[in-house]
Write a protein that binds this ligand. Structure first.
Ligand code: IPE
Ligand code: IPE
Ligand code: MG
Ligand code: MG
Ligand code: MG
Length: 299
């Protein structure tokens, strides 16, 4: 994990515009939102999915995965900057630091999100991915753009956030809650796995379908555990204000199932994720470890 986290940090440093480039303040805020924090779960999944391919990767293929990882992490950081805004969850603390709109201002936090979203697609479609170093063909580049766009729009992440906002104060059924979580958080996690695999492309039989089942399980589990930690951990451990879901009256797995059943459910999803990796043998080791990390994490 440390190896991929540090590769990702350097790659993000490189792809984000520097703070001397006009408009300096926006670029400083983008770097503030992205760099020096976060578990980097989505980049870890990109690399683990790519490394589950049927042969060892070349240096160019690893660079390719770095760029894909940067792209999904830019989207994730954008979603956090917007999620924390007063018109959404109204949070002041993120990754142990003031949220983007607190450190800068609300308009800048909006523009940070807009710009990171654009940068994510620039990374997938331009020189970063198609140049000599990453050596990706145009068809693959286009396919990665399509997967990401589908995952984060109104039938994915943004749609899930819309459902989250209209569900405040309501009691959702389990099926409704599962759909909301699948959209707002599961879709980008699923896309990270799918894009890592697609960027490399050496998979046979039903391996891609199995990996997609795995990704659905951990995508849902990720938000179930996020709900559990919000209710059960501390602000100091999380680096974001705990207990906010109850204050904001959000429907969560904790208030629908209770803590103990929510924990059991997350663990069932973890085991189901492992079952879908069975066919990969040793090649699925890192994906399996990440399923454990997603469910057993403390922050
Ligand atoms: C938090 O995501 C927001 C959700 C989608 C639940 P992470 O828990 O991955 O946040 P960082 O990137 O590690 O800060
Ligand atoms: C965040 O869900 C989902 C997205 C950012 C898309 P939460 O609102 O539960 O995430 P945290 O708890 O603020 O990190
Ligand atoms: Mg939210
Ligand atoms: Mg939030
Ligand atoms: Mg949360």
């Amino acid at each position: 994990m440390a190896r991929v986290q540090s590769r990702t940090e350097s790659a993000l440093q490189r792809v984000l515009p520097d703070t001397q480039t006009l408009p300096e303040r926006l670029h400083a805020a983008m770097r503030y939102a992205v760099l020096g924090g976060g578990k980097r779960v989505r980049p870890l999944l990109v690399h683990a999915a790519g490394e589950a391919a049927s042969r060892p990767l070349s240096a160019a293929e690893s660079v390719r995965l770095d760029i894909v990882a940067c792209s999904v992490e830019c989207i994730h950081a954008y979603s956090l900057a917007h999620d924390d805004l007063p018109c959404m969850d109204d949070d002041v603390l993120r990754r142990g630091k003031p949220t983007v709109h607190v450190e800068y201002d609300e308009a800048t936090a909006l523009l940070v999100g807009d710009s990171l979203q654009a940068l994510a697609f620039e990374l997938l479609s331009g020189e970063w991915l198609t140049g000599k170093q990453a050596a990706t063909d145009a068809g693959t580049s286009m396919e990665l753009v399509r997967i990401l766009a589908t995952a984060i729009g109104s039938r994915g992440m943004a749609g899930g956030q819309a459902i989250d906002l209209v569900s405040v104060g309501k009691t959702l059924t389990l099926a409704e809650l599962e759909r909301m979580h699948g959209y707002k958080t599961g879709a980008l996690i699923r896309a990270s796995v799918c894009m890592g695999a697609r960027a490399i492309g050496e998979f046979c039989g039903d391996e891609l379908a199995q990996m997609d089942h795995y990704a659905r399980c951990i995508g849902l589990a990720f938000q179930v555990v996020d709900d559990i930690l919000d209710a059960d951990s501390t602000t100091a451990t999380l680096g974001k204000t705990s207990g906010k879901d109850a204050v904001n009256n959000k429907p969560t797995y904790v208030n629908i199932m209770g803590l103990s059943r929510a924990r059991d459910f997350a663990d069932e999803l973890r085991l189901e994720a492992h079952r879908h990796l069975a066919g990969f043998g040793g090649r699925g080791k890192r994906l399996g470890e990440l399923a454990d990390f997603v469910v057993l994490r403390k922050f």
